[in-house]
Design a protein around this ligand. Structure first.
Ligand code: SF4
Length: 291
């Protein structure tokens, strides 16, 4: 573990406020934030998963998905555990929700330092490092330490994220980030509250900020039958992206029943094609994913 940088101590001198993500958790001594990996120990906030890798892989960059950023190259992909969201249809729930199980003690995976990760990325011929599999905002200090070294060695840095940054945390990491795939799960705040335990507005802010800073962005929306597949909902997402830049690529992807949504249907090809057609009315670059 390592002391976090993205937090402050409250006036009582004991409680801390984390601002790595827009939950801005107020955390009492001994407690964890919502993500389950940032803990207040004696009025200091610690990142319990610093140097802990739960998942590591060499993926094609198109799998992130990023279709227009160094195409046909490999991305050295890493993730820890935990998440600031609790998406009921999470496709990676084994690692993202693991911290919420009882008796989890952070004894998992490999212990690695940032230099080793960069070395491995280079030796395997990767052009980039992707912080992915679980939400990178919750282990952002670890991301930054790797990203600084990676950039010095000519590697690109990629965030695959739910976009729930604060302005402070985004300003902290943005100088080292070259590309992002940001999930825009719905254009309904109720959807975010009910199915993800979060809010919509910070995600929209992150998309705008990333574009303003000149970071290459692509957006992904997982289309879940009966939840976010109405035409007007899809239209709202597409028109929002177009209001920023109609050249931003949009990936509409197929849902497979998972985690707490095992009774939902797989997204039909017809629904996905409908989303694609609506997207094309607003955007130049729309892709169907998981098909
Ligand atoms: S990263 Fe987000 S969820 Fe985790 S402690 Fe900080 S504010 Fe809370």
């Amino acid at each position: 573990m390592k002391e976090c940088e993205l937090y402050g101590v409250e006036r009582d001198g004991k409680t801390v406020r984390c601002f790595a993500c827009s939950h801005k958790c107020l955390i009492k001594n001994g407690d964890f934030g919502i993500c389950g990996v940032r803990r207040n120990l004696n009025s200091k906030l610690y990142l319990m998963v610093y140097g802990k890798i739960a998942s590591m892989g060499i993926d094609s960059i198109e799998k992130k998905p990023l279709y227009h950023f160094y195409p046909r190259t490999k991305a050295f992909s890493i993730g820890t555990v935990g998440c600031n969201f609790k998406c009921e249809g999470c496709q990676n729930f084994e690692i993202s929700q693991i911290n919420k199980q009882e008796n989890f003690n952070f004894n998992f995976g490999e212990d690695v330092d940032p230099g080793e990760i960069v070395k491995d990325a280079l030796s395997t011929g990767c052009k980039s490092i992707a912080y992915t599999y679980n939400e990178p905002a919750i282990f952002l200090e670890f991301v930054k330490d790797i990203a600084v070294l990676a950039r010095k060695k000519g590697l690109k840095n990629i965030l695959v994220t739910n976009g729930y940054f604060t302005k402070e945390s985004f300003d902290y990491i943005a100088p080292y980030i070259d590309a992002m795939n940001i999930d825009l799960k719905s254009f309904s705040n109720d959807f975010y509250l009910k199915y993800c335990g979060s809010k919509l507005a910070p995600v929209l802010d992150t998309i705008k900020r990333a574009h303003e800073k000149g970071i290459w962005i692509e957006i992904t929306t997982l289309i879940i039958p009966g939840l976010n597949d109405r035409e007007r909902d899809i239209e709202k997402i597409a028109s929002f992206i177009a209001s920023i830049d109609k050249n931003i690529p949009w990936h509409v992807t197929r849902f497979f029943p998972m985690y707490r949504m095992t009774t939902k249907q797989i997204t039909s090809k017809e629904i996905l094609e409908k989303a694609y057609k609506i997207g094309k009315k607003y955007l130049n670059d729309v892709h169907m994913g998981n098909v």
